[in-house]
Design a protein around this ligand. Structure first.
Ligand code: IPM
Ligand code: MG
Length: 351
């Protein structure tokens, strides 16, 4: 297969972790006879510095005309502490999600047998966790009307959802549940929010089309608690944008490190693959960041083209590296810590 992949390394540790994913994908391409044409493009603070826009038109053009996008991370501390900044790296990410129509963010959470003791949660609680969040990604409070009134002393952000937006996300959720253990949980705050009541009503109306899927409805605050108490009770969870942002960071703790969890953002056509962690500026340029979340995102990319042997080969070599202790410092716990680039080299050579 010939694949054109847009490569958006972004900020902070983005370029370092992306480099390792590229090594791994190139090794897979050699082994399975594929041809990958990488198409680098600017995004985030790096793009603001270069051209004054965190998601330049040139970058959008490259993404739109590629078969998929592999994304690192964006964000820079110089913007985090400056609430008055007019242009922010995150705006680029949001605009990219919207312009590419990436309305569903797929974030799996699973455990690695060799890391089960690294989680801050008790082993017996998390063993066998295998759940996936489908977070709505182009609506809700992230994209609603916001502003200031009252000479700047009052601020507001509004949350809006349409039935169509809920339906297209829920459809992906039902279909994913059908392929897994047929349980779907709709996470909302329907005891308070009107948008949540629309979510619940819409999902309830769709239940009859998926008689094999068992649907539950839970409030987001209760899920926040039960997720870390009994994660294996969940299979597929669907939720709106902000709830999904928060719960998926929480869920990543189950696996033992935020540096491990991959994600895919999907829509009608193009898909984007990215680690769920951020740009981790403190580690930028030090060759210490964990590249596995990005490498596992690349595995999801191969899944997206129905190349499941390729995806499995990546997951297998990642598991091997973990059991052999070829890990970065976040997982080393007093044992030898490998550099980001060394982990990437090891993975590529073992493929
Ligand atoms: C994420 C991130 C982003 C989000 C930020 C960087 C805007 O936290 O992908 O989860 O809130 O969606
Ligand atoms: Mg987040």
């Amino acid at each position: 297969m010939k694949l054109n992949i847009a490569l958006l390394a972004g900020d902070g540790i983005g370029p370092e972790v992306i480099d390792q994913a590229v090594k791994v994908c190139d090794a897979i391409a050699t082994k399975f006879n594929h041809e990958i044409n990488w198409r680098p493009a600017l995004t985030g603070a790096a793009a603001i510095d270069a051209v004054g826009d965190p998601y330049p038109d040139d970058t959008h053009e490259i993404c739109e005309t590629s078969d998929a996008v592999l994304f690192g991370a964006i964000g820079h501390p110089k913007y985090d502490n400056d609430p008055s900044a007019k242009v922010r790296p995150e705006q680029g990410l949001l605009r990219m999600r919207q312009k590419l129509g990436l309305f569903a963010n797929v974030r799996p959470t699973f455990t690695f047998p060799s890391l089960i003791d690294k989680s801050p949660l008790k082993k017996e609680r998390i063993e066998g966790t295998d759940l996936v969040f489908l977070r709505e990604l182009t609506g809700g409070i992230y994209f609603g009307k916001r502003g200031r009134e009252d000479n700047g002393d009052t601020a507001y952000d509004t949350c809006t959802y349409t039935r169509k937006e809920v339906q297209r996300l829920a459809k992906k959720g039902f279909e994913m549940a059908q392929k897994r253990s047929k349980r779907l949980c709709c996470v909302d705050k329907a005891n308070v929010l009107e948008t949540s009541r629309l979510w619940r009503e819409t999902v309830q109306a769709m239940e009859k089309d998926y008689p094999d899927v068992e649907v539950s409805y839970e409030f987001v605050d209760a899920v926040a608690m039960r997720l870390v108490q009994w994660p294996s009770e969940y299979d597929v969870l669907i939720t709106e944008n902000l709830f999904g942002d928060i719960l998926t960071d929480e869920a990543s703790v189950i696996s033992g490190s935020m540096g491990l969890m991959p994600s895919a953002s999907i829509g009608e056509s193009i898909a984007l693959y990215e680690p769920i962690h951020g740009s981790y500026p403190q580690a930028a340029g030090k060759d210490i960041a964990n590249p596995l979340a990005t490498v596992l995102s690349a595995a999801m990319l191969f899944d997206g083209f129905n190349l499941s042997d390729e995806a499995e080969a990546i997951r297998k070599v990642v598991n091997e590296s973990l059991s052999e202790g070829i890990v970065t410092e976040d997982l080393a716990e007093g044992e030898k810590a490998y550099k980001t680039s060394e982990v990437g080299d090891w993975l590529a050579s073992h493929i």
